[in-house]
Design a protein around this ligand. Structure first.
Ligand code: UD1
Length: 417
């Protein structure tokens, strides 16, 4: 349990480096067990979810060592294909091990990940993709046992794009005989990143970033090296904070084309944005106006993970800001906490309407989830007085040394454990 103390009213100024992407690192770490080899990763963020994935890898029999942002995974000693319930509960995205273990061992045992703070999180699309590749799946009492003596290439047409299901299908398809075509695949940059990694591992994969991904098996490499891409949601968080508090911030090592929808909305709010390859700079007087409606959806639409951040940035924006959440059913819980600071937010189903207020006032609040917690920090930075955020560890699941990073930009933020 930690408490964030955020004192608002300071402009954010300066330059910071964006951490490696959590949502790229986790599936790549899972992919490292596909074949017996040594994987060297760079720019791995220091996060709770990464720590949990390391524990999963070690539990499977892999040797993992870390030195700062570098990580080596030796999966040659993998001896088990089972993930205990205690670790599954901690990390929903550990379901990506399903495809990787099935490919490596012909078997995977884990428990159903269940719902989360954002509402129900079904994995039916993951399971139907694995079944299409020839896996048999038994579900009983929340446990999943997947088996396949031999995986066979197949045509998989998803009814909707799912990031995790696309990743699981890609991983399992690597070990399948023949060609697999994944249609209506998710197009997120993290899928392209997984393709890059799989190619290094020796996989014949193409099409990531488009709706059709094709996998034609692989011949395993002995050793691979890969640098994790920058985190587009962390970059969006820092920019939303500077936009609403006011400031002049440069993000080094960011990839602006990965979050162009967020940059577009911020510039509609009146921010001045300069994009370069691998950096972006934002200048804001802190006096924003409401952007056009922000409508989340699968990439390349506005990312659902950035919705709470953008909403927090718009609390004092002149006019009415509208947010439509199309990805997760229950992603406005954090708005009740924002209202404690004096924000005016009305939610109805998938829509939230924010009426800009002249000022926010610091108050005690509770982080409801990872991005909801980050939204409270953004709001606290532009509020008068001090905001305390009680956090059960949500924010550190996705942000590396976030208090330090914000202090580098001149913010008054303390984290107490
Ligand atoms: C990933 C990201 C998460 C992000 C989300 C959407 C990781 C580790 N996490 O999560 O941060 O918020 O993408 O961009 O990369 N769905 C089904 N059945 C399934 C799978 C998904 O109905 O079998 C639904 C989900 O309930 C949700 C939608 O599809 O409504 C999108 O989910 P999905 O893209 O799968 O998200 P994740 O991969 O879980």
């Amino acid at each position: 349990m930690s408490v964030w103390h955020v004192t608002g009213g300071r402009r954010l100024e300066g330059s910071v480096t964006v951490q490696g992407a959590k949502n790229a690192a986790l599936p790549i770490m899972a992919a490292s067990v596909l074949a017996p080899c040594e994987t060297e990763l760079l720019n791995v963020p220091l996060l709770k979810d990464v720590d949990t994935t390391v524990r999963i890898l070690r539990g499977l029999g892999c040797a993992v060592s870390r030195d700062g942002d570098a990580m080596t995974i030796d999966s040659r000693g993998l001896s088990r294909a089972e993930i205990p319930h205690s670790l599954m509960r901690e990390l929903r995205s550990s379901v990506i091990f399903l495809g990787a273990l099935l490919a490596r061992c012909g078997e995977a045992r884990l428990s159903m990940p269940g719902g989360c703070e954002l509402g129900p999180r079904p994995i039916d699309l993951h399971l139907s993709a694995l079944r299409a590749l020839g896996a048999s799946i038994e579900e009983s009492g929340g446990d999943l046992v997947c088996r396949a003596e031999k995986l066979k290439g197949a045509q998989i047409a998803f009814p909707m794009p799912s990031v995790g299901a696309t990743e699981n299908a890609m991983l399992a398809a690597c070990a399948a005989e023949g060609e697999t075509v994944i249609m209506n695949a998710a197009r997120e940059p993290e899928i392209e990143e997984l393709q890059l990694f799989l190619r290094q591992l020796g996989a014949d994969v193409s099409g990531a970033g488009t709706p059709t991904v094709t996998v034609r098996g692989f011949t395993s490499a002995k050793r691979v090296g890969h640098r994790i891409m920058p985190d587009r949601i962390v970059a969006s968080t820092l920019l939303c904070a500077a936009a609403s508090a006011g400031g002049d911030v440069e993000l080094r090592g960011a990839e602006p084309r990965h979050f162009s929808t967020v940059l577009h909305s911020l510039s509609e709010c009146g921010c001045d944005i300069i994009e370069r390859r691998l950096s972006v700079r934002l200048r804001s007087g802190g006096n924003l106006r409401a952007p056009r409606p922000v409508i989340t959806g699968p990439y390349p639409a506005f990312p659902t993970d950035a919705q709470p951040l953008m909403l927090a940035a718009c609390l004092r924006a002149a006019g009415t800001s509208v947010f439509v959440e199309n990805v997760f059913q229950n992603r406005f819980r954090f708005t009740e906490e924002l209202c404690r600071l004096g924000a005016r937010i009305h939610t109805e189903g998938r829509v939230a309407v924010v009426t800009g207020v002249p000022a926010l006032y610091g108050a005690p609040t509770v982080a409801t989830d990872l991005r909801g917690g980050a939204a409270l920090i953004i709001a606290g930075l532009s509020a008068e007085g001090r905001t305390d955020i009680l956090d059960e560890g949500h924010v550190s699941r996705g942000y590396e040394l976030f208090d330090e990073r914000l202090r580098e930009l001149g913010a008054e933020v303390m984290r107490e454990d």
